[in-house]
Write a protein that binds this ligand. Structure first.
Ligand code: OAD
Length: 253
């Protein structure tokens, strides 16, 4: 059954003009980066909203930095997995007609070699000053528990989009266009519960925001389990992305 679905997915991709991919934490799971909702949305017994919201940061910035420093340290130790590499292969085939929209902040797509990456939720690599707003790429070097801006001395925060915050508008608009224009959308390793990112899937399916496209995109979901996106999926491939995506790429040839 899965083999037939893999062949169908490969055929849809091979005959597409434009491809958009939406990824979530599951694409990095096999690299060793924990997903968000696996442990019932908890980090060391703190609900994820407590360490990933402006309110949480105002209440206890040290705790929030402990969470992000721990994630930075994890990401510094890991490498891209076959799922990331398979997406690089797909991009090579489509060139400018390919967009990779990610909710991930771990930089593993870029490390694998993906080029057209739209980071909807920011990046673990960057800090943003709460005073002068300067954004800096600090790589994954260890930062203290209350890191300060080297220019104005104010507290730094991760350059991450937290619950209740707006997405970076230019990137969001680009993502909407990519979703609207694609013929195939590949949805990989996301629970599809966080909006507005998850709303890109029905946008691609219904093509209700673009005059340019006459037919809805084919949605292919790759996930361990069914998700909130499954009802929009034409093809569901259920299993580890690091095993399934390389098979899809192989079947495209
Ligand atoms: P979640 O943790 O909500 O979901 C991860 C998804 O990946 C689940 O559906 C898993 O079944 C699936 N999964 C796990 N391992 C997998 C594997 N090896 N292969 C395929 N699928 C696998 O993560 P996201 O959907 O990314 O936002 O969460 C969205 C946002 O919520 C995140 O960007 C983050 C979080 O709050 C911010 O930090 C702003």
């Amino acid at each position: 059954m899965t083999d037939a679905l893999i062949r169908r997915a490969a055929l849809e991709l091979a005959t597409a003009r434009r491809v958009a991919v939406l990824t979530g934490a599951g694409v990095s799971a096999e690299s060793g980066v924990p997903t968000f909702r696996a442990a019932e949305g908890l980090w060391e017994n703190h609900p994820i909203e407590q360490v990933a919201s402006p309110q949480g940061f105002n209440r206890d910035p040290q705790l929030v930095w402990q969470f992000y420093n721990a994630r930075r340290a994890t990401v510094a130790k890991v490498t891209p997995n076959p799922a990331h590499h398979a997406l690089v292969q797909i991009e090579k085939r489509f060139g400018d007609n390919f967009a990779l929209i990610t909710q991930n902040v771990d930089g593993l797509h870029q490390q694998a070699g993906s080029v057209n990456v739209m980071e909807l939720h920011g990046s673990l690599y960057r800090t943003r000053c709460t005073g002068c707003r300067r954004i800096e790429d600090r790589g994954l070097e260890p930062l203290g528990e209350m890191p300060e801006c080297s220019r104005c001395g104010a507290l730094l925060r991760p350059d991450i989009v937290w619950f209740g915050e707006e997405l970076p508008q230019t990137i969001w608009q680009e993502a909407i266009v990519a979703a609207a224009q694609c013929d195939v959308m590949l949805v990989v390793g996301t629970s599809a519960v966080v909006h507005p990112a998850a709303s890109l899937i029905p946008m691609a399916r219904r093509c209700d925001i673009s005059d340019e496209k006459s037919t809805p995109a084919t949605v292919i979901e790759v996930n361990l389990d069914r998700t909130g996106a499954s009802d929009f999926a034409d093809i569901g491939l259920y299993g580890p992305a690091g095993e399934l995506l390389p098979k899809v790429v192989e079947a495209m040839d």
